[in-house]
Every structure is written in C-alpha cells, then in structure tokens.
Ligand binder design. Structure first.
Ligand code: GSH
Length: 201
C-alpha cells in the first residue's frame, strides 16, 4: 500500500508461506513477508520498511513534520504492534477454549473503543488517523483491519457499536486505490488462519 501511495515503482513477488521457496529463505532472514530488496539492500519488518521508504523517497511524505507529531504517530504504530496485534494473535492461539475466547473478545472490544476515544474522537480533522492526510499510521493498521471479517467469521468477534469514527476511517481506507489493489478477500484470510490453527494443534 505504501509504495502505491508514494508512487514508488516496484515489482511484487508473492510467496506461498506454506511452501517457502529457497530463494525466499535466502533473501528473508526471518523467513517472513514482507521483505523488500532496494538498491541491493534487504529490509524487513513492515513498520521499518515503511519508515525506510518514507525517509528515502521523500516526494510524497507520509509522516508529520513536527517531532512531537512524529512521536505520536509512532506511539499509535506501537499500539498496533504491541496491543492490537497481540490481542488478535491470542484469538488464534486460544481457539477452542471458550472461557479464554470470551475474555479475548472483551479485550478486543475494549481496544477498539480505546482507539475510537483516544484517537478518532480527539481528531477533529479526520478521516485519517492523524487528520486530513493519509500517513504511515493508516497504512500500518489497514492490513489488520482488513482481517477483521475473518476474525468475525472464525471467532464471532463483533464490531463495537460505539466505534462509529473508526468505521468512517475504514470507509476512507477502502476507497484508496492502494487498498483496492492489495486487498485479499476475507475467505482467503479465513483459509490461511484455518491452516495456521491446524498447524498449532
Ligand atoms: N513483525 C513482522 C511480522 C511478519 C509476519 O509475521 N509475516 C507473516 C505473514 S503476515 C509471515 O510471513 N508468516 C510466515 C511465517 O511465520 O512462517 C512484520 O511486521 O513484518
């Protein structure tokens, strides 16, 4: 999404993560996607790739200019990685345990309400995470909200009705070409998560 938003030319190679080719394992030190090769340099970890590309290709900036605003953007990206994603992973790990899943779903709901109140209700300019302009924060969250439908189907996670502004944000993201060109159908996410859960048990 970032490379499309920033109009950086790229060549995409998709990898079957259930059957990783040798060339991929040679390129990706953790054996994970995403990984980019730019000017012969290998960069991995999605948040670091995004910051790297934003620093190197500056014509369409995706971070605020002011240090304090940049710090706030990074705090939201950290919240995604360390809070929201940790909760999503727990839903996979605890599948089949009704009591734990009840607690996980409650925490997921609380996390979404926290985002609604702490970000979107304080952000008068919307519709994006930091206001009028799309930023690295939006691009950090978008792929994980794309998977919400799969979590709904697999675990019965419900969208909290209080989260009206996050829904507006999600509608704005869905209108972006970068989203339309990269989105995977919910069924593909469901299949992938089913196979991950099979490998866990
Ligand atoms: N923290 C990494 C996570 C990357 C990650 O977990 N990628 C998954 C796909 S979304 C993967 O490659 N899984 C394959 C595996 O773990 O074997 C990032 O943000 O880039």
């Amino acid at each position: 999404m970032l490379m499309i938003e920033k109009e950086i030319p790229f060549e995409l190679t998709e990898v079957d993560l259930r059957n990783k080719p040798d060339w991929f394992l040679a390129v990706s030190p953790y054996g994970k996607v995403p990984v980019i090769v730019d000017d012969g340099q290998t960069i991995y970890e999605s948040a670091i790739i995004n910051e790297y590309l934003d620093e190197k290709y500056t014509s369409i900036p995706m971070m605020p200019e002011e240090p304090v605003e940049r710090a706030k953007a990074r705090i939201w990206m950290d919240y995604c990685t360390n809070k929201y994603l940790t909760l999503s992973r727990k839903l996979l790990v605890d599948h089949g345990n009704e009591e734990l899943q009840r607690e996980n779903k409650k925490k997921m709901k609380e996390s979404l309400i926290y985002i609604e109140k702490e970000c979107f209700e304080k952000n008068a300019n919307g519709p994006f995470w930091l206001g009028n302009n799309i930023s690295l924060v939006d691009l950090h969250y978008a792929p994980f909200f794309e998977r919400f439908g799969a979590f709904k189907e697999l675990f019965g996670v419900e969208w909290p009705e209080e989260c009206i502004k996050i829904s507006d944000w999600w509608s704005a993201i869905q209108k972006r070409d970068s989203y339309k060109m990269t989105v995977l159908p919910t069924e593909e996410h469901v299949d992938l998560y089913r196979s991950i859960m099979q490998n866990m048990s």
